[in-house]
Design a protein around this ligand. Structure first.
Ligand SMILES: [Zn+2]
Length: 110
């Protein structure tokens, strides 16, 4: 209980307004309100510090600022900006499917 709990959750009207836009990082559907500068690094709950984020970006960004997150991704050879989750899934599926011929599928009983 206390003001800290309240401060961590923006008012419903603010949430709705923030989430009206797609993920600020990958353009996927936004479901989370991201603190651009994380609270852990001194960020505030002010509207200008809030950005829409999809679940995947929000979980990966965690307590990074966008600059730190970008550096973290680049160190790992990951693309910037992040590719939306579903686009990545479809790419993986297409790449896998491309390895098989029609005969492979027939042989497998499809
Ligand atoms: Zn995203």
């Amino acid at each position: 209980m206390g003001t800290r709990e309240i401060r961590r959750k923006p008012p419903a009207a603010v949430r709705r307004e923030v989430l009206a836009d797609p993920c600020a990082y990958c353009d996927d559907d936004a479901t989370h309100v991201d603190h651009i500068v994380p609270l852990a690094q001194g960020g505030t709950d002010d509207r200008e510090n809030l950005a829409p984020a999809c679940r995947w970006c929000n979980e990966e960004k965690l307590d990074f600022t966008p600059e730190q997150w970008r550096a973290w991704r680049e160190e790992r050879g990951m693309p910037w900006p992040p590719v939306p989750r579903f686009a990545r899934m479809w790419e993986a599926i297409a790449a896998t499917a491309a390895q098989f011929t029609e005969e492979d599928f027939r042989a497998a009983g499809y």
